[in-house]
Structures are given as C-alpha cells and as structure tokens.
Write a protein that binds this ligand. Sequence first.
Ligand code: ADP
Ligand code: MG
Length: 508
Amino acid sequence: MKEEHNNIILRGQNLTKVFGEFKANDNVNFSISKGEIHALLGENGAGKSTFVKIIYGLLKPDSGQIYWKNKVIDINGPKHARDLGIGMVFQHFSLFDSLTVLENISLAISDSEVNADLEKRIEKLSSEYGLKIDPHSRVFNLSVGEQQRVEIIRCLLQDPELLIMDEPTSVLTPQEIAKLFEVLEKLSNNGCSILFITHKLEEVRKLTTKASILRRGVNVATVNTKDHTAKSFSQMMVGHEIDDNNPKNRNINKENNLRINSLSRPSESQFSVSLKNIDIEISGGEILGIAGIAGNGQYELMEALIGEYLVDDKDTIMFNNKDLSFMKPNERRKHGLSFIPEERIGHATISSFKLSDNFYLTDYINKNSSKFGIVNNQFNKSNAENIIKNYDVRIPYENPTASSLSGGNLQKFIVGREISRAPKLLIASQPTWGVDIGAALEIRKQIINIAENGALVILISQDIDEIFMLSDIISVIYDGKLSKQFNKNKISIEQVGLLMGGSQLTDN
Ligand code: ADP
Ligand code: MG
C-alpha cells in the first residue's frame, strides 16, 4: 500500500463543486497512480464531467484540494493543467473541419512548438502508438475515430503524465474501440496514467485496473476492477439491487449487425406518415428500443422492416452485409429475421386458423413445414404444441383456433413462434400491449433471452417503462424521423419524453 501511495500522481481531497444549490461534486476523494488506468463511473448527471473539469482546470472547486505529485496545487486553467502534464480528450471534439490535421494541431499547441519538426513528431507518435493518421488530410474527411486520434495525438505532443478521456468510446465503432484500447494500454505501459469515463461497464473490466463510482456527486466507492462485474458496478452506480435481467450484462456480438441507411418512405394517404432518412445501427446482443407516441411512423417503419413495404434504394437495409432492401417478408425470414407485429389478429395470425396452421403461416419457408407442396400437419402441430408448452400458452382445447385464445395467450403464442425460430434479428412492435403483467414479464424475459444469445432486437413500444426495462439503446420516432440512438444510461425518461413530444435535446 505504501509503495502505491508514493506512486500517486494526482490526488483530489474533499473536492466539492456547487452549482447554485446543487452539489455536483460532494467531498470527492480520489487518487490515481502512475501508469494506472482508472475508470470513472456513474449515471448520467452523477458529476463525472464536473470532476474531470476540476482536474483539468476548467472549473474551480468550491472547496477541497488537488495534489499533483504530492504537492498542493491550484490549477488555474487548462493551459496550466497541460503545463503540469495533464491532457484531456473531450466528449465532443473541437477540430476545425476545413483545416488539415497538421493545421488543427498547430492551432492547439503553443507557438514555440509549431515548427518544421511538428509533422515529424506527429508521424513519430502516430507510428509509435498505432494512431494512423495523415497529417495532411482535412478533418471533414476523417471518421469520428480518426478525429479522436487527432485529439489524442494533440494531447500526446505535450507529453502528458495523466490523460483524461470523457466518454471516448461512446462515439466509436467496436473496431475503433479495440484500437483505442491498444493505444491506452501502450500509454499506460509507458507510465502515463489514464482517467477514463465510460458508461460501458464491460469496457471497464477489459481496460481498467481501478474504478471509482460517483453517485449524486459522491464518490461511493473506489474498487479494484477485477473484483467486480458489470452488474455490481451498475448496482453501485444506481445504489440498489438490479435484477438479473438487466440488459447491461450482455455481450455485444459484432458479427451480427444491422445497418439501416437513410430509409425513407413517402406518405401514401393523409393518414400515413412519411419516413424521413431513418438510420439504425445495432449489433447482436443489443436491444434497440424505439419510443414514440402512436402515429408517428411506427407502423410505416415496421412495414418497411418486415418487407411488407419495399424501399426504392438498394443498400438501405443491410443485415450482416446482405442487402435485404428488396426482399419480401419470407425472404427476410430465411435470413434469420422474425417479426412480432402489433396487431396479433389479422397481421400476426389468422383468427379462424388453428394454432398449428398459424405456425405454418410463418414457417412454410422451412422445408419441414411442407414437402412437395403438401403441408406437414404433424410437424406443424407438434411445433405449435411445443410453443404452447414452452411459452405457457393457456388453451381452451387441443390445437385451438387463434380466435379462441385470450389476447395475452395469443400474444405469448406469437412471441413463442417467432422466438422459437431462434432469429438473428427480432423486430417486435408493442409485444406486451394489452397483455397481463405475468405474461408481459414472460415475454420480456424471452426477448432479453434471445438478445443474450446474440440476436439483435428492435423493440417498438409506446410503453416508455418497457423501453427502459429492455433496451440498451433508445431512439425516439417523431413525425417519421428517428432521433439519434442514445445509450440507455445516457438518457433519462424525461428526455425521452421531450423527444416524443418533438423537442430537441440540447447537448450537455
Ligand atoms: P456527468 O458527467 O456524470 O453526467 P456532470 O458532471 O456533467 O455529470 O453534471 C452533474 C450535475 O451538475 C448535473 O446535474 C448537471 O446538470 C450539473 N451541472 C453540470 N455543469 C453545470 C453548470 N455549469 N451549471 C449548472 N449545473 C451544472
Ligand atoms: Mg459527462
């Protein structure tokens, strides 16, 4: 312990920051050692950004002290912080789009360092850390990950001993995240300490050795990462038990992915909504919840996702690099898609059909369902019976018609039918609408279960609690436009409510 103490590079003691009446940081104690990668965790609004802004000299604490290498220091601004050896990569980048990488970096560092050497130093850092970047490319040509590399290089040019990153991975693709982690590990091996804010708890376990958890401005714990799980982290973050179904525990399976690129659809009547440039990007293991008030394009979107409406442009709906844009529902089913549409009678089932025939309805692409044009009744019946058994569907008599089941039981049958196909992508609209609580819980469990098995799920629901219960990612549909995708942990119910009403959120 003693040794560790000597290695402490920065220590915050009883740091408090008050905004009006509100304590954003409340007597925070924190320390980070040389070369340590330390995660700073907490729910939205917990005070993480406030804390790192204090350390970077952007905010003055109302009370408390900062020790830099065991000496009390009054950091009077970012320039002072940089001179000490503290660098920060912000959540939102501050690069000029029309300038080159080199020009941007020149602007950001002190005049004395802008010389012929600069380009060489950039190249050296970029090769040393694998931060591939062409100093002469213009920023507008760079991906987000590349822009972040520029920001990191800009920090590294000043030889920081402590690098602060405020949610660096929220904007990156998984491949870029993997690359970033390599860079950070290298930096840490070279003795640079890293303070890393993230919402992604699995990342914490991958990258960091220590984690501090802020809750309502208070540092409630500093722990060794290896002793914890994503679940125990989230419990510390929220301050109470979280049930095992919590979606935060899932692994992301990048192999399974859906990219919807600018899906548009004109309105067909005065009652239908036009869809406007809808983008969706999710990976296996993720549940995307689409919230919204009924009549804002959910129905039109569902039809386009199912293939009942076909878009005009190729490459609009890309699933595992296959273009589904022009495929009808059954072709999409062949590629591993399953659908739970909103209307269970008429759309999901035919009411006068027996359950076995309703099974066949979405399974006839399967060669066991029918052979040589002859329906395999036995196969369909035994499958329907399995669904009835496994999904606790209460039936009035053997192989009943769809219309003889209560709404909740028919819904369980539909969910069971769609899920028993082990889909790679499930698209569900209002899956628990009008269903009693017990059945709703069961249906939600099944949806989480397939996501845990690596499927991706799009959940369209007007039930905002359900959206928050199930989703990892939340978007809001309003007037045919889909908001950006928010990490569930980064948006509040109130904010979703605002988006549902057509307001824009201001960035915080
Ligand atoms: P986090 O980064 O953990 O999401 P922040 O540190 O950004 O949280 O914010 C913590 C709390 O302090 C929030 O409730 C936020 O609204 C408030 N806050 C942050 N900055 C300011 C400010 N400049 N003025 C007033 N309130 C602020
Ligand atoms: Mg923040």
